[in-house]
Ligand binder design. Structure first.
Ligand SMILES: NC(=O)c1ccc[n+]([C@@H]2O[C@H](COP(=O)([O-])OP(=O)(O)OC[C@H]3O[C@@H](n4cnc5c(N)ncnc54)[C@H](OP(=O)(O)O)[C@@H]3O)[C@@H](O)[C@H]2O)c1
Length: 264
């Protein structure tokens, strides 16, 4: 099966990294920048071109340019019934149909950057007209990059973007804050980096292996009146959970605003 990527940037690179390991896909990346094409061909042995060829119904086209570039990038392309997977934020199936001459075979996907190392999590949404075979194609592609969740409603794409799409940045934010605390306490930057990362890795692995709720895991390491309790009491005082909820809500509001702006 030939899978064409329109746009050869960060997210295409992340997905192609997973797919190319799997070995069963003929991958072609279309990008206007020669360096990006050469980089992807060199790293993942994929074919590349500056122009999308005429497609056939057995091909898959992944739309992976920035949302604001999509209309221009898709003008005049010959889809001929190919399955279209769009990873673009803010472009609904309806908007994409307008760009693609009322093409109906469209599935939306919201991936995240850990796809690059096979630990991504992607939300997928298929409108009612999409059959099980097309859903399986999309799911199999994204499973080469990590886990997948099917969304019942298209609005779930904006909501999942606020959790897992932007989520890696939230985790890096907290990692950085913990590293800064370590540096303030006199550790070297390298030691603080090691401490911050090691703590996250250990805690995530523990959460995964134990299968316990996060709140229970937190309780298990927080004895009343102890040192961890003193720290989390300050987090509570600053309403850290509410801060996270507000951040996620802001991300979703922004996604909805972008969606409105992108509606032709
Ligand atoms: N990054 C994330 O974490 C993330 C997560 C989920 C979804 N997404 C979605 O993934 C999509 C791609 O994001 P990205 O971060 O990978 O963007 P990116 O790094 O900017 O990659 C897009 C690439 O497409 C090229 N391009 C634009 N118009 C083109 C055209 N007409 N023909 C050929 N190539 C063209 C761009 O070239 P120029 O550099 O010259 O513009 C760029 O190389 C976006 O729609 C975004 O919403 C991203």
């Amino acid at each position: 099966m030939s899978v064409y990527f329109l746009g050869g940037g960060n997210m295409t690179s992340a997905i192609v990294a997973g797919m190319s390991k799997q070995g069963s896909y003929d991958i072609v990346v279309i990008d206007r920048n020669l360096e990006k094409r050469e980089h992807l061909s060199r790293c993942y042995q994929v074919r590349s071109s500056d122009k999308l060829p005429e497609l056939t119904a057995t091909d898959v086209l992944v739309l992976a340019v920035k949302p604001q570039d999509m209309q221009q990038a898709t003008t005049g392309i010959k889809i001929n019934g190919a399955l279209v997977l769009s990873i673009a934020a803010g472009l609904t199936v309806d908007i994409l149909r307008q760009f693609l001459n009322n093409h109906q075979r469209i599935i939306r996907i919201m991936p995240n950057t850990p796809c690059q190392i096979g630990l991504g999590i992607s939300g997928l949404f298929a409108p009612a007209n999409i059959d099980a075979a097309d859903k399986a194609i999309a799911e199999n592609i994204m499973r080469t990059t990590g886990d997948v969740i099917w969304l019942e409603e298209e609005s779930g794409i904006n909501r999942i973007a606020g959790i897992s799409g932007s989520g890696p940045a939230y985790v890096f934010y907290f990692l950085n804050a913990l590293q800064q605390a370590g540096i303030q306490l006199g550790f070297t930057a390298q030691q603080a980096h090691q401490l911050s990362l090691g703590t996250f890795k250990g805690a995530v692995a523990l959460a995964e292996q134990s299968g316990l709720d996060f709140s229970q895991l937190q309780k298990n390491v927080t004895s009343k009146g102890g040192t961890t309790f003193a720290a989390t009491a300050v987090f509570d005082q600053h309403q850290l959970t509410q801060v996270v909820l507000d951040g996620v809500a802001a991300s979703i509001v922004r996604a909805e605003q972008m969606q409105q702006q992108l509606t032709p």
